[in-house]
Design a protein around this ligand. Structure first.
Ligand code: PNS
Length: 161
């Protein structure tokens, strides 16, 4: 059984993330979406809120499960018996950091392979940062985050100017 972990901050989950989850769910038997702590970021949504958003939008994928992780990703992956870590790449600029993290994770857990999926061309410009910025200005965020969560994202971030 091929088990994969797709980690990220998901602050909040975007249509780009969802596209990777959907494609990964076709490649792997089981995909654990790991809502994790990125120590270099200060998230807008709590870990539990971010995980709830991801659960709400991935319910339709029978082989996708969502969990949170406050420790090392490789420990999470081992606990789930996962042999793969999935990362989405939008542009060359993502590569340098992701390459470094993949090598680090390989040092920590040589049995786990990092697999890169290229972002769908439609979503290469997308990021959670952009989604949050748009929501702040009450812009139409339905093109960047799944419709199930647009109301909650706007309710938290919209500034009435
Ligand atoms: O969506 P992000 O913020 O780019 O995701 C980064 C994340 C959360 C996947 C990365 O920071 C991570 O793996 N954090 C868990 C802690 C860990 O294992 N750190 C070592 C690898 S950087």
């Amino acid at each position: 059984m091929k088990i994969a972990v797709y980690p990220g901050s998901f602050d909040p989950i975007t249509l780009g993330h969802l596209n990777i989850i959907k494609r990964a769910s076709r490649i792997f038997d089981k995909v654990y979406v790991c809502v994790a702590v990125n120590s270099s970021k200060k998230p807008c949504f709590t870990l539990a809120e971010r995980a709830d958003f991801v659960r709400r939008v991935t319910g339709k994928y029978g082989n996708v499960e969502v969990d949170t992780c406050e420790g090392l990703l490789v420990d999470f992956a081992r606990a789930k018996n996962a042999g793969f870590i999935i990362k989405g790449l939008r542009a060359v600029s993502d590569f340098e950091m992701e390459f470094q993290i993949a090598l680090l994770n390989k040092k920590l857990a040589p049995e786990i392979e990092t697999v890169f999926l290229t972002a769908d061309e439609k979503y290469t410009y997308l990021s959670s940062t952009i989604a949050r910025e748009m929501a702040t200005y009450n812009a139409d965020i339905s093109k960047v985050v799944p419709r199930e969560i647009t109301g909650d994202v706007l309710a938290r971030l919209r500034r009435d100017i």
